[in-house]
Design a protein around this ligand. Structure first.
Ligand code: URA
Length: 208
């Protein structure tokens, strides 16, 4: 079974409260989304592997560390982009991919309409990003499409998770750990997470 990490760090929780506030502007919402995402990624990257290297300081030689893992981040369109910026500020050399899905109105099955993924190499750690883990349908399908391209070492990062979404991803992808700033109460009839953040696309970009 995959692990669910709910990150209770005071910086994350205080920023999340400002993010929830309906009076927060689009500009501040984008900034907070990026900041919280980089803090979540900080926790999610704790077990990255380090190699030893030698380094020369102005005073002499010492031992240092470099990341052994290559890092790839995959933003689920479109709101995952709001998280990617914060993570790139923390790991500027990470490769950024995008995946976009829509639900076919006849079959109700998720269909991929855009997919550009980071090249997968050995020891590559992939972070899949989507701010709201609601029903888990999109998350699970996106992870499935990504795995079908041979990418396996995946962690799923979101800002808010709903219990249904967590259950769905854990059932479909027991190898994928989930990192979130909050586990909220339930999904409304319209598929919004309560109390949540509202329509994240609208709050990030000012468009419906
Ligand atoms: N997408 C959103 O923008 N908000 C939610 O609460 C759930 C999905």
């Amino acid at each position: 079974m995959s692990n669910l990490y709910i990150l209770d760090h005071p910086l994350i929780q205080s920023k999340l409260t400002r993010l929830r506030d309906k009076e927060t502007s689009n500009k501040e919402f984008r900034e907070l989304c990026a900041e919280i995402s980089s803090l979540i990624c900080y926790e999610a990257s704790r077990d990255l592997i380090l190699d030893d290297i030698n380094v020369s300081t102005p005073l002499g030689e010492t031992k240092g560390k470099v990341l052994e893992n290559k890092i790839g981040i995959i933003a689920i369109l479109r709101t995952g982009i709001g998280m990617a910026e914060g993570i790139l500020s923390l790991i500027p050399n990470a490769k950024l991919g995008h995946i976009g899905l829509y639900r076919d109105p006849n079959t109700l099955m998720p269909v991929e309409y855009f997919c550009k993924l980071p090249e997968h190499t050995e020891n590559c750690q992939i972070f899949v990003l989507d701010p709201m883990l609601a029903t888990g349908g999109t998350a699970s399908a996106a992870i499935q499409f990504i795995k079908e391209r041979g990418i396996n070492n995946i962690k799923y990062l979101c800002l808010i998770a709903a219990p249904n979404g967590v259950k769905r991803v854990q059932a479909d992808h027991p190898d994928v750990d989930i990192y979130t700033a909050a586990l909220d109460e339930y999904l409304t009839e319209n598929g919004y997470i309560f109390p949540g953040l509202g329509d994240v696309g609208r709050r990030l970009y000012g468009t419906k």
